[in-house]
Design a protein around this ligand. Structure first.
Ligand code: 13P
Length: 295
C-alpha cells in the first residue's frame, strides 16, 4: 500500500481512480470520515480550510489525524484547504499537514503565478515532501447552499494550465472545468446537478501533465465524475454534501427525543450520516477504472 501522499496520488493516477478529499470542522466528522475510509480499505484525505482550521485548531487536527494513522495503520492524509496567505500555509506545514491548497485564484493570472511560485519555494524549504496545489480559474466560493449559480464561471484553458504549472512548480493543479463550490437549492431537491466539461479536463491533463484536483464535488452528476476521473482527475473534494447530511441527521436526532441530552447519543446520528456520504463517494471515485475496463 502506498505510504506517502505523493505515492497515493501516483497510484490513483495510474489506476485512473481518484482519492476522496472530505472537509471536516470537528472531531466527530473527522472520525466519521476516517472510519468510513477504513471500512472501505481506501486512502483518504481530510481537508480543513482556514475557517475550519480556526475552529478545530491546526495543531489539534494534525494531532488527531496522526493518532488515527498510528492506531489504525490507515492511509489518512491532512490537507490545508483553500489557504489564502503564506503565513497560514506555513503554520499548517509546521503543524505537519501533508499538503496545502494555496489559493490565490482571485488575483490576476500573473500575480497568482508569482505568489504561488513563492509559496511553493517557501513551503518546500520547510518540508520538501509537502504537496502544494495551485488554483486557476473561478469556481465560486463557499461550501454552502446557494440561491443561484455564479453568473460567470470562466473555464481554465490548457495553455494557462501549462504555463501555470511550469512557472510555479506546483505538484497538483486545481482547474475550473464546470465545477463550483457549494450546492444550489435545486441540487438539494435533486432537480439539478453540476455538469463537468470532460473534454476540457482531457485537454488540460494533456497540456499540463500533472495531478489534478476537482473542487466542488458535491451535487455533481455521477457519470460526469466517473468520466472526469478517467480523464485525469486524481483527487475529488466533497464538503457541502457532508455538511447537509450532518445537519439533517442532527435535526432528526433532536426531533426524535426532546429529553435526550447525551452528546454521544445525539451525535451518533450525524456520525452515521457522514459515514454514509463518504462510503458512497469513495465507491464512486474508485469505480471509474473498473467501468472503463468493462465497457
Ligand atoms: P463542495 O462543497 O461543493 O463539495 O466543494 C468542496 C471543496 O471543493 C472544498 O475544497
Amino acid at each position: 500500500m502506498p505510504s506517502t501522499l505523493l505515492q497515493t496520488l501516483k497510484a490513483a493516477d495510474e489506476a485512473r481512480t481518484a482519492v476522496g478529499h472530505f472537509n471536516v470542522s470537528d472531531s466527530v466528522v473527522l472520525q466519521a470520515v476516517a472510519s468510513a475510509a477504513r471500512e472501505s480499505g481506501l486512502p483518504v484525505i481530510v481537508g480543513l480550510s482556514e475557517g475550519e482550521r480556526n475552529f478545530f485548531g491546526t495543531h489539534e487536527a494534525a494531532a488527531m489525524v496522526n493518532a488515527i494513522r498510528d492506531s489504525h495503520g490507515q492511509a489518512i492524509f491532512l490537507n490545508a484547504d483553500h489557504t489564502h496567505s503564506v503565513e497560514s500555509a506555513i503554520a499548517a506545514v509546521k503543524a505537519g499537514f501533508n499538503s496545502v491548497v494555496f489559493d490565490r485564484s482571485a488575483l490576476p493570472f500573473e500575480e497568482n503565478i508569482r505568489e504561488t511560485r513563492n509559496a511553493v519555494q517557501t513551503l518546500k524549504s520547510l518540508n520538501p515532501a509537502v504537496i502544494v496545489e495551485g488554483e486557476i480559474g473561478d469556481i465560486g466560493t463557499g461550501s454552502q447552499i446557494h440561491e443561484k449559480a455564479p453568473d460567470r464561471l470562466v473555464l481554465t484553458t490548457p495553455e494557462e494550465a501549462r504555463q501555470f504549472v511550469q512557472e510555479t512548480g506546483v505538484d497538483v493543479l486545481s482547474p475550473a472545468v464546470g465545477n463550483m463550490h457549494g450546492m444550489l437549492k435545486s441540487m438539494l431537491q435533486g432537480t439539478t446537478q453540476k455538469r463537468l466539461n470532460v473534454a476540457r479536463i482531457t485537454e488540460i491533463k494533456a497540456a499540463a501533465g500533472i495531478y489534478m484536483t476537482l473542487h466542488g464535488g458535491s451535487g455533481t452528476n455521477d457519470d460526469d465524475l466517473r468520466e472526469a476521473i478517467r480523464s485525469g482527475i486524481t483527487v475529488v473534494h466533497v464538503n457541502t454534501e457532508i455538511r447537509v447530511a450532518w445537519k439533517r441527521a442532527l435535526q432528526d436526532a433532536f426531533a426524535k427525543d426532546d429529553a435526550e441530552v447525551v452528546p454521544y447519543k445525539l451525535l451518533a446520528e450525524p456520525f452515521r450520516a457522514v459515514q454514509d456520504v463518504v462510503r458512497r463517494r469513495l465507491q464512486l471515485f474508485n469505480s471509474a477504472a473498473v467501468r472503463a475496463h468493462s465497457t
